[in-house]
Design a protein. Structure first.
Ligand SMILES: [Zn+2]
Length: 439
């Protein structure tokens, strides 16, 4: 007997052999997808412990947020409309220096609640207190790749004593593949401008030894690239990482706004993934990534929200729509990044960037049952000619009615099954907000 049978759905599978099935059904057993097919092709003996009638609704893969600093949602709306250096050095860094473990945990739980309620089922996170974040990921049932971004600015930096390294090693020892594979440890270099090649090489060795993805920030601003060229003999950040062999293990690089043509070729050659963060890049006025050119070169482009201090939302549907629109507006070509390609970025490509391309990102037999159901019976969702178009251009995160990871329902009709939302909101207000405000 199946655990769950979803019937009568408009299913977006993201499987190129059959991307959309109208009047589809989907069977779930032991956390995995048993079958996805048309109603009349449903296997015999389709009894299930629970049947979900999805009539009129869209069922699709859960979205993958490939670049987040989840706990930063406690700084949502705290410092807006400023230049990046002033924002970062005068507002964000001083708050981060004060943030307690309790405050960060409150932020992680708040951020996960927001993600689940808006259709994200997996995220890649770079922050601190990450082993504590792993515990919250385990409890809430979401999926995540976690790391602490290494920053090594001064001469006295000691690799073995660094807190970020200690946390990454703790994640590897205690959390890698925990929660039935839901949690992964990643290695991380915060960015070219915050550490040196000898530190990168040590992190690369760690990633190679344990088979980890490395998360980093890459060419987010023009200033970053200009200063790198001065520091590193005319080379760009991508060239510098490439020369040190950092791209020889899988890398998930955030932003990529100021990549040169040569950089893009290097990324394609080394199969580096770029987490495009359109809202954050616009809000901080960093620029617009050349997404169409990256995709044309075969670079794996996925989507991220970045931290909520520069977004101020974890609703990945905003990024999907904006990725499609910015590609069109910046190239003066409305055929650039069509809806299906934008949705691929938030699903299939995100899975590949996380090293999970055989687990999630598509609704396909044998894949984990990480999926969401959108309410397509609202005025803004009708008529439903093309579910992909509706999901990309009409839906918002608030259309999500149900969110499931590995076959477990985590959010349904406004209710969380693993999160005490009243306590979560209260903790953010009482444990984090006073620290953010310096009270
Ligand atoms: Zn970031």
């Amino acid at each position: 007997m199946l655990d769950i049978l979803i019937k009568n759905a408009a299913i977006i599978t993201m499987d190129d052999s059959r991307p959309v099935i109208n009047g589809g059904c989907l069977g779930i057993l032991d956390g995995k997808i048993g079958f996805v097919c048309s109603e009349h092709d449903m296997p015999r003996g389709g009894e299930a412990r629970r049947i979900i009638d999805a009539r009129g609704n869209i069922v699709m893969p859960g979205l993958i947020n490939a670049h987040a600093h989840t706990a930063m949602c406690v700084m949502r709306g705290f410092a807006d409309d400023m230049r990046l250096d002033k924002w970062l050095f005068e507002h964000i860094f001083p708050v981060e220096a004060r943030l307690s473990e309790q405050a960060v945990c409150a932020g992680v739980r708040l951020g996960i609640a927001e993600m689940l309620a808006s259709g994200t089922t997996s995220f890649s996170d770079m922050y601190f207190f990450e082993p504590k974040a792993a515990q919250i990921v385990l409890e809430t049932g979401i999926r995540a790749n976690l790391c602490n971004g290494v920053i090594a600015l001064d001469e006295s930096y000691e690799f073995e004593r660094d807190r970020a390294i200690t946390e990454i090693k703790e994640l590897i020892a205690n959390w890698h593949n925990a929660g039935n594979g839901r949690i992964k440890a990643d290695a991380s270099i915060h960015g070219e401008y915050t550490s040196s090649p000898w530190v990168w090489r040590k992190l690369h060795a760690l990633a190679a030894e344990h088979g980890l993805v490395t998360q980093l920030h890459l060419s987010e601003t023009k200033k970053e690239v200009d200063e790198c060229r001065i520091r590193r003999g005319g080379r760009t950040p991508a060239r510098a990482f490439f020369d040190e062999g950092i791209f020889d293990t899988p890398v998930l690089a955030a932003h990529g706004v100021w990549l040169t043509d040569e950089d893009m070729d290097l990324l394609a050659e080394k199969r580096v993934s770029i987490a495009h963060c359109p809202v954050s890049n616009l809000k901080l006025a960093s620029g617009i990534a050349k997404v169409r050119q990256l995709l044309e070169r075969g670079v794996n482009v996925c989507l991220g929200t970045d931290g909520c201090a520069s977004n101020n939302s974890h609703d990945l549907f905003e990024e999907v729509k904006l990725a499609a629109l910015l590609a069109k507006g910046s190239t003066l070509d409305p055929t650039a990044v069509p809806a299906y390609q934008a949705l691929r970025m938030a699903t299939v490509n995100g899975a590949r960037a996380q090293g999970r391309e055989n687990e999630i990102g598509m609704l396909k037999s044998g894949f984990d049952a990480d999926l969401i159901m959108l309410d397509a019976q609202k005025a803004n969702m009708r008529p439903l000619y093309d579910p992909v178009s509706t999901a990309v251009y009409s839906a918002r995160g608030s259309e999500v009615r149900l969110t499931m990871v590995q076959g477990r329902v985590l959010y349904e009709n406004g209710e969380f099954t693993t999160i005490d939302i009243e306590k979560t909101l209260r903790d953010a207000d009482e444990l984090a907000a006073p620290i953010v405000q310096g009270k």
